[in-house]
Design a protein around this ligand. Structure first.
Ligand code: SAM
Length: 235
């Protein structure tokens, strides 16, 4: 840890521990134990990227912009497909929907619906809906213009199924999480799962004339897992 930041990092860890102490009911006992151990043992800036912790840090607005994956992904989505006036479905928003909150702040028109069984609550308003459940290929998603997912683990598969079935633009930042679920046994390795997802996206985009599948790596944020999206000719 750089010495000049030590004080900030110490305070940030304390805020995290306080949050867990005050909101323990939102987590399982084992989960709390793991989270406490991660917070105790990880250094910064690494801790800004650990999924379960960054989700809490984002809720507490404690991630500096340069390490904030939610800001990075939102900027990418804006550059790639735009968000203004769009009805957006987010797959796997996490426990606290930080990305959706940021979209809601930026959008003048449009609506965002977040699906995740881990969401801390259900919520519905004119601009914002939290669906505390898994999305699947047959889920009703209404009149969506854009489907996005920031490392939604195995939700990536459903995201692509829905985007391709309904001819909806998508942006998906993949992660290692896919093969960690029920489907793990089907895949020998993380690489095998990732190439399955990318091939599926490529075939779907081409079959439905949704343009071309693009794949980019984001070196500042690990760079290991690609962001994939469709790019139509007119874009
Ligand atoms: C690695 S976390 C990422 C969370 C959040 N996007 C973030 O970056 O902080 C993956 C999330 O995807 C959710 N998820 C997995 N499959 C899903 C599905 N089929 N529908 C909705 N959410 C799903 C999990 O519950 C988990 O919260």
């Amino acid at each position: 840890m750089e010495e000049c930041n030590y004080g900030i990092y110490k305070k940030t860890k304390q805020r995290l521990f306080d949050f867990l102490n005050e909101n323990g009911h939102l987590f399982g006992g084992y989960e709390l134990k793991i989270l406490r151990s991660i917070i105790e043992h990880y250094d910064f800036p690494m801790l800004y990227f650990v999924e379960a912790v960054r989700n809490i840090l984002e809720k507490l607005k404690l991630i500096p912009d340069e390490y904030n994956i939610y800001i990075k992904f939102l900027n990418l989505v804006e550059e790639i497909h735009g968000i203004e006036g769009k009805n957006i479905v987010e797959v796997g928003g996490g426990m606290f929907p930080g990305l959706a909150e940021r979209i809601k702040l930026k959008q003048k028109n449009g609506k965002i619906v977040v699906f995740d069984p881990r969401l801390y609550k259900e919520y519905d308003s004119d601009k914002f809906t939290l669906c505390k459940k898994k999305i699947h290929r047959n889920s009703y998603i209404g009149k969506a213009d854009l489907i996005i997912g920031l490392m939604p683990c195995e939700g990536a598969e459903a995201l692509l199924d829905l985007a391709i079935e309904h001819d909806i633009d998508f942006v998906l930042w993949l992660c290692e999480g896919g093969p960690h679920g029920e489907g793990y046994d089907f895949y020998e390795s993380e690489e095998e799962w990732l190439s399955h997802i990318i091939d599926k996206a490529k075939m779907g985009v081409s079959k439905k004339n949704m343009g071309e599948l693009k794949k980019i790596l984001i070196p500042d944020f690990d760079g290991k897992y690609p962001v994939i999206y469709n790019k139509r000719q007119k874009d």
